[in-house]
Ligand binder design. Sequence first.
Ligand code: FES
Length: 343
Amino acid sequence: MSNKLTNIKIPKYNLNYEIQNNKNIIDASLDKNIKLAYSCKSGICGTCKAKVVSGEINKNNKVNHILNDSEKENNIVLLCQSNGLSREVILELLSPLPKNPKLNKVRELVSEILSIKYINKSIIELSISVPKRFNYDKKNNNYIKILIPGLENNDKYPIINSLEQENKYNGVINILLNINKNAKANSYFKKSLIQGETLSIKGPYDENNTILPNNKPLLFIVEDNYIIHSLNMIKVLISHNYSFPIMLICNFENKTDIILLDEMHRLTFINKGFSYKISLTNKDNINNIDRFLYGRSINIISKIFPDLSSHYIVINGKNKFLNENYNKVIQLGAIKNNIKKIL
Ligand code: FES
């Protein structure tokens, strides 16, 4: 019987990691941030050849023709055309590991603005073309800078793509910019972003400092303007198969301030363990048919979670928000070591 997971061991490089068997070994290793040598990923170039020292793999025999008879007899396979099958597979790589296995190298590039969408008064969504060599890592939290002459305080903006779009990444990325963060940037963006124009970007920066232990239900308590960052973290967790429930609670003042509602809704379909609650602080906005709650998140948490002692909690917002919610979750039994405050 085949296993869903295979432990890949590559003794020469001291590598020992587990992969999902529904993907070829190159892609499944990339999911674990391990870059083995590859080029075409179509069974043509042979860059990904490896010897199976022990264990079983599932080969795509139709694309094996570039292997000669002696290679086949010697258990040489194409990793881009092979999935794990047995519980453990030991490999010897025929090409060395790429020298710089880190996927993201910060670069400065020129890019074209394909579309601009003003989501609300503080957020715009920018779709830009980037050369393939931009090489952004879809699994991690990636950020870019938009280079603005004379603007010293240049924020990094998260690259947000829906998970479906990520799979079709073809040199176009969507970023959401919080243009209220910085007054100078705000006026620049409003005046200068024109479809078809080119702009300079620097990145991607990998700020994947969000590794959370995969052993507890997770609760995100998020201030409105930090929703992009939190949702980005949640997408990373989902793409890494976080196996416990994840709930996000965020409050906005008015319905019209809510952003990324579609994205949150879509994530509930992609991962059944994800759910979200939105509360509105302006009661005039709520009517009977709404699925929104009324009140500040701090008052809502205790109604949903009377006891938080078995949760991991991420609080994402400004200092005041962090402190208030920190005290609240402590009152509800949260363990100090299981609370992460993100400013
Ligand atoms: S990467 Fe080219 S054959 Fe596998």
